[in-house]
Design a protein around this ligand. Structure first.
Ligand code: ZN
Length: 390
């Protein structure tokens, strides 16, 4: 058994302890101590980092036999008395998120009778999974009530009771454990069995801000950020919003409407360009045919595949004998192959031949085929395509 100092003194950062076991594991050392303030990953809360005897603690694992393994990058000797210190910024962040979770889960439970099925603390935000789907109104009301409790700065106390005593105390969630239970008591708001680390007054949570809410396994997955994380997210969004504001020149509340207008305008502009392109394609086709040959193989600067297709279709409609292979003037190139009604070439076979030699892919029918990813200089593509038509 390792004595867990954080059970009774969650604000303790430094401690001295005796090395009980030290086992090499690759370039790491697995160390157990007689006591520790290092929290091991459990109950949705990640492990503490810090130093032990001057060596870095890179992971902390909770073992079934009640001991805690410190994964250390450095050397410690059996029997040594070493000083340990946790990374307080990381731990305090975990305490804010974890206590905030108790309060937020209690809010959903007290207001709407919705249970929290699980809790996960991620690197940037945390989530709780609720037993049923919640509405936006319910989310807002739970968020309001949880923050009321934060701002009332209620005491959060740690109590140890027997499982029998706990049964009659009205806990939010019954515990499956036997023997002594560690209860976290948010004064007159929440009573839960929990082995994690928590702040000692709700005021230290700072704020509980709900992020995204998604459907999850028949319920809702609610993302939330407490204290410092909420401030970080606020800064992130503030930065994103102010850079958007530079481009849009409207206040944040008008941004969505402004972007919507821009999208409508862009679509209209695109439709205009397409219409012009169609007209221009007809002229381009006539120009290509006016050279006198019904076999047209070339790359056209400034045209995209859709434009090339319009040219090829116009050319083969105007001249039933036309056989047209048009490339974009890019490397890799895209290609459109078309034939008129009286031609007997197979456009998709020509495409297959091109793709076999130059890479790329595509598809189509005997009268019209389209592809892309042909990697070769344009002249090489044109020369080879000509041999396929002769
Ligand atoms: Zn907890």
């Amino acid at each position: 058994m390792t004595q867990r100092i954080y059970y009774t003194e969650p604000y303790r950062r430094a401690f001295d302890a005796k090395v009980l076991t030290a086992t090499a594991a690759g370039d790491r050392l697995h160390v157990t101590l007689d006591q520790t303030t290092f929290y091991p990953t459990s109950g949705g809360q990640p492990y503490d980092t810090g130093t032990l005897g001057g060596a870095a603690v890179v992971d902390v694992v909770d073992n079934d036999d009640g001991t805690i393994t410190h994964v250390v990058s450095g050397s410690l000797k059996l029997g040594d008395v070493v000083s340990g210190e946790i990374d307080w910024a990381r731990r305090f962040d975990h305490m804010q998120q974890h206590t905030g979770q108790h309060v937020l889960s209690a809010a959903f439970d007290r207001l709407f009778g919705v249970r929290t099925e699980s809790f996960h603390m991620g690197q940037l935000s945390s989530t709780i999974d609720l037993a049923r789907e919640v509405t936006a109104t319910e989310v807002a009301r739970a968020e309001d009530d949880a923050n009321r409790v934060v701002w009332e700065d209620r005491p959060v106390t740690i109590r140890f009771v027997t499982a029998e005593e706990a049964a009659s105390m009205g806990m939010r969630k019954e515990s499956g454990r036997t023997g002594t239970l560690r209860l976290i008591d948010v004064q007159e708001y929440d009573l839960s069995a929990c082995g994690g680390t928590h702040v000692d007054r709700t005021g230290a949570i700072g704020i509980i801000a709900i992020g995204s809410v998604e459907k999850f396994k028949g319920g809702s997955r609610v993302e939330f950020l407490c204290g410092g994380r909420a401030l970080e997210r606020f800064r992130l969004w503030k930065g994103a919003l102010s850079s958007m504001q530079k481009h849009l020149s409207v206040p944040p509340t008008d941004m969505a409407a402004s972007i919507e207008r821009m999208q409508v305008d862009a679509k209209a502009a695109q439709r205009n360009i397409r219409a012009f392109q169609e007209k221009l394609a007809g002229h381009e086709a006539m120009m290509l045919l006016s050279r006198g040959s019904s076999v047209i193989v070339q790359a056209l600067e400034g045209w995209d595949p859709q434009g090339l297709k319009a040219i090829a279709v116009a050319a083969t409609a105007a001249n039933p004998a036309a056989e047209v292979v048009l490339f974009t003037a890019t490397n890799p190139a895209q290609v459109v192959i078309a034939r008129g009604a009286s031609s007997t070439i197979d456009a998709s076979a020509v495409l297959k031949n091109l793709a076999a030699k130059f890479g790329g892919k595509g598809g189509g029918k005997p009268d019209l085929a389209q592809g892309g990813g042909l990697s070769a200089p344009i002249q090489e593509l044109v020369t080879y395509a000509k041999t396929l038509l002769s």
